[in-house]
Design a protein around this ligand. Structure first.
Ligand code: UDP
Length: 193
């Protein structure tokens, strides 16, 4: 696997298709932490040493946003394509639907996550909805990770916005035995419509 360093953030050099295959094949031994990083995230990592450390702890940092692709070209280390978080999530949901995998949703307001869960389940009836919870939570509260640990989902989508979603994943992911865990920003609002 090749990485491209942009302002001290290590981006994986991959296409969306390669990434899906790679993460699904490596799946099972331990949780996989994915960050879809846009320019705002890279700038925040410049300002916050702690957030920079969190990004370094991620298994994959993915170029979300044309600004990252442009930066990679200027640095003469071009990344193959932009991978929007929302599209990656959609690919994983399709896979979960095909393989009857389970999905947990954390984030957004109560009525938003509830509606997003209903819409996801309607579109992908064969996936298993392992549970959901709104995102107005204390980062250090262990109640939700305990619920997720018991539900053993294959995918955990965390929509708290950055940097909170990455901080939450970083704080809790060691408690999980498996699963693909990623921050998805405002995606549940889009799902809820
Ligand atoms: N949110 C949350 N908990 C918080 C703050 C925000 O669940 O403490 C949710 C909010 O309801 C929204 C999402 O996080 O659904 C943030 O979306 P935004 O588009 O601002 O995030 P970005 O894509 O910029 O990271």
């Amino acid at each position: 696997t090749t990485h491209i360093n942009i302002l001290d953030v290590e981006f994986i050099h991959t296409t969306r298709k390669q990434l899906i295959n790679q993460t699904i094949n490596h799946y099972g031994q331990k949780p996989i932490f994915l960050v879809t990083a846009n320019p705002e995230i890279v700038m925040h990592a410049q300002e916050s040493q702690h957030y920079n450390q969190i990004l370094k702890s991620a298994d994959y940092v993915i170029a979300d946003g044309i600004g990252i692709i442009i930066a990679s070209k200027i640095l003469k280390k071009p990344l193959p394509e932009r991978i929007p978080g929302i599209e990656l999530m959609e690919d994983y949901l399709k896979y979960a639907n095909q393989e009857q995998k389970s999905v947990y949703l954390l984030g957004a307001k109560e009525h938003v996550v509830e509606k997003a869960a209903t819409k996801i389940k309607n579109k992908y009836p064969n996936l298993v909805l392992a549970g959901y919870h709104h995102g107005y939570i204390d980062i250090n509260d262990s109640k939700i990770i305990n619920q997720i640990q018991e539900a053993k989902p294959d995918f955990v989508f965390v929509a708290l916005g950055y940097p909170k979603q990455e901080e939450w994943i970083y704080t809790h992911k060691e408690k999980l035995d498996k699963g693909i865990v990623m921050g998805v920003g405002g995606s549940f609002d889009i799902w809820a419509g």
